[in-house]
Structures are given as C-alpha cells and as structure tokens.
Design a protein around this ligand. Structure first.
Ligand code: NI
Length: 228
C-alpha cells in the first residue's frame, strides 16, 4: 500500500526544519547505503550525530506522534531515527534499489526491520525539477512528488528510485517503520477497516451495535496478527 499522509509538519515546524537544514553540515549520502545501493546512490546526507540532526529528528517524530492516519496505516512497533538527504547539483539522484531488510541503528542500540519506508518532503515541488520518488507497487509504477511537510509510506520491499534533480534542491527526511503487523496485505485490510469504522462511528455514534461489533472484529484481527 502506498499512502499519502498530509501535513506531518505544520508550517511553523517546516520553517524551523528548513532553517536547520540550510545551515547543516551535509556529507556524502553513501555512508548509510549497502554495497549494492551505494553504486546507485548519489546524494548528500546529514551526519546522524550532529546537533541539527537531533533537532530535526525531534520535529519529525513529534509530527508523526500527532498523526492518527500514520498510526492506523503503519501500526508502528519501532521507528528508525529519521535521516535527512538532499539532491541537487552533482549529487542529484538515486537509481533503482531495494532498502535493506534490517537497519542497524548507528548508536548501537538495536535494529529495525524495514517493513515500511517513509519519505517526508521538505522542499516544495516548485522549488526543484525532477526528484520524483518512483515506486514499483502492485499497481505498477507510482510517481510521487508531494508538498513540503507531507509524507509518503510504501512497503519496504518495493523497488524504488529518485529521479535526477535538474534544477534546485530536493530536501527530504526518510526513515523506516518496524510494524506490529509484518504483512503489507494484512496492514492494508486493517487500515481500510479502521478508516471505514471511523466514518461509521461519526455517522451512527459509538453505541450503534454494528459499530461495536465491527470494532470488536477489528481488535480481534489485530490480536490474531500482532507481533511484539
Ligand atoms: Ni531507498
């Protein structure tokens, strides 16, 4: 499932993020790439240990924590610390690749199974040409270029790339989610059910017997499929 989540960052948070990003100490993006994807990767990345990274990570994680749609879709067990990258000039693209299944955290504190890949766009679409995230999914190739502050979620197993940026700079945050429900298919069913339930609840109220029954079914499916 590929999902567009709107306004993960507010306008104020986005301004703060962009100030931090403009003054940050950018480095070569290949530091976090595996052997195969290092050959395809040509971008810049923020060192994970710098102060700007720490403040930016907090902005993104706070934004996610407010977002009901994100939780409903991702059912996160663990979120890898957000990373930040920049495409433009000579370092302007990332060819077709698949993200590694396991992401070892740089501080040695553990690892995250990359069930879901996430990108939060931090530059407006009209600030750069190219730079689309191209994701192969069940329905074919998806072309993703979103407003600043918006996020896309897609299955970690998808082949994807970032098209060359031919003008301006594409800045984004990316990270992975280890989900409590590993199967993309099951997560999709739970997400769709949860969304329909919410609209049913709004229309019929919490005490409608069908709402109560379907809520029970939702939680019983969760209980059957959850892994901690
Ligand atoms: Ni990737």
């Amino acid at each position: 499932m590929l999902l567009h989540v709107r306004k993960v960052l507010s306008a104020d948070e986005l301004r703060a993020a962009r100030r931090l990003l403009a003054a940050a100490p950018w480095g070569d993006g290949r530091v976090t790439a595996g052997e195969q994807s290092a050959r395809a990767k040509n971008n810049q990345q923020l060192p994970e240990a710098c102060e700007a990274s720490r403040q930016l990570q907090k902005l993104v994680l706070d934004g996610l924590a407010r977002h009901q749609l994100f939780f409903s879709a991702a059912l996160p067990k663990q979120i890898s610390p957000p990373l930040f990258n920049r495409y433009g000039g000579e370092a302007n693209s990332f060819g077709n690749h698949v993200d590694s299944a396991v992401r070892y955290l740089s501080d040695g504190s553990g690892r995250v199974r990359t069930d879901i890949s996430c990108t939060v766009f931090l530059a407006e679409p009209d600030e750069y040409d190219g730079g689309e995230l191209m994701v192969e999914d069940t329905y074919g190739q998806q072309r993703v270029k979103l407003p600043a502050g918006d996020m896309v979620l897609y299955p970690g197993h998808s082949v994807h790339r970032v098209e060359p940026v031919t003008r301006g700079q594409r800045v984004a945050s990316f990270f992975w989610v280890h989900s409590m429900v590993r199967s993309d298919e099951r997560r999709r069913l739970l997400f769709e059910m949860d969304q329909h339930l919410m609209s049913l609840r709004t229309r019929n109220g919490e005490t409608d017997p069908a709402v109560i029954g379907l809520t029970a079914t939702y939680h019983n499916l969760l209980r059957m499929w959850l892994e901690f």
